[in-house]
Design a protein around this ligand. Sequence first.
Ligand SMILES: *Cc1c(COP(=O)(O)O)cnc(C)c1O
Length: 392
Amino acid sequence: MSYPSMIDSSGRTLGTEEVEAVTRVLQSGMLSAVWGREVRALEREMADLHGVSHAVACSSGTAALHLAVAAVAPDPGDEIITSPISDFGTVAPILAQNAVPVFADVDPDTGNLDPAAVAAAIGPRTRAILGVHLFGAPATGLREVADAAGLPLIEDCAQAWLTRYPDDRLAGTVGTIGCFSLQQWKHITCGDGGLTITDDAALARRMRLFADKGWPREGGVRRHESLGLNYRMTELAGAVARAQLTKLPGVLADRRRTARRLSAALADLPGVRVPADPDRHAWWLFPVVLDPPLTNHEVAAALARAGVPARAGYLDEPLHCAPALVDAPTYGGSRYPMTVPPADRLPTLGWGTRPNAERLITQTLLVIDWNERYTDTHVDQIARAVRAAVTG
Ligand SMILES: *Cc1c(COP(=O)(O)O)cnc(C)c1O
């Protein structure tokens, strides 16, 4: 049996609405959001969906995170605490703003930042906390830690469209800024694209300027108020993203329904743990945490033999072990800003420093591809394959 896939139309919700959207933009002759209406409308619709006052669109999830990091304005060498299990797009913007990523360890069951580890990592130069809702599970407890330390919280919601906290608030609305991705593999897509949301008008304005060369575009001025790049979303992408946004609730409902079915099917299986609270999880992937003596590589290999799209560990190495951070130069031949902190606060990097994250990647975490087009038949086959793989 073949599984719907994010890399072709079998596992995407792209249809006549998106074709109509692209056609509408092309026929208008205006492909740039500076003068067009689509991206502005997308921002309004995104803000309304989340019940916040501002949304700023940009060209990728990484760009969205870069807008957020630039907006909270670390001085060069300031520290931002983040997760060792994420896409590299979480970390690259910190380095690009000349700030130092500090990796706190994660919860061994969810892979989300452990709030106590985050609190312990806060130092005199900490400027923000950048939390990640891994695979769509809400990363809880971070707002409390941020508030106690007077720090802004940035939420990386790239895998967490319509994730809900235990108190029902939407991911992205609890922190100071929420960041989303519209890349090919996310819940909804326009190829590449990003969105940030916030209730803070000053931060929204800073993000908008950073995405457009620091150019306010008000009243026909041609002046540059602050450093900015060109991270603009095009009207073509914006129109597709608008059509996709209307399908998001359906995508989530379908992913949650089949995820509940798999969770129930695996509930009595010893050594196999699935996420709690399936109706608040966004199910970007279906993560499973295995207890020893089961290992993720063995179970993933058995699933691969059964034709189930699944992988061990999500990453080959956690981010605090990535060569880009451990020993590769950042700018020219220099490892700046990783070299800025004083000796007693130099970032500790490499294997052996974040045991929970490392164990998840190398031994306990298995991720099964998930999709809104999975049928009960797909789910039942996955359940049988997992059962066979873990009971040998
Ligand atoms: C995909 C992703 C990003 C980066 O988004 P892009 O659109 O690929 O730049 C950042 N963080 C997380 C958690 C992601 O899954």
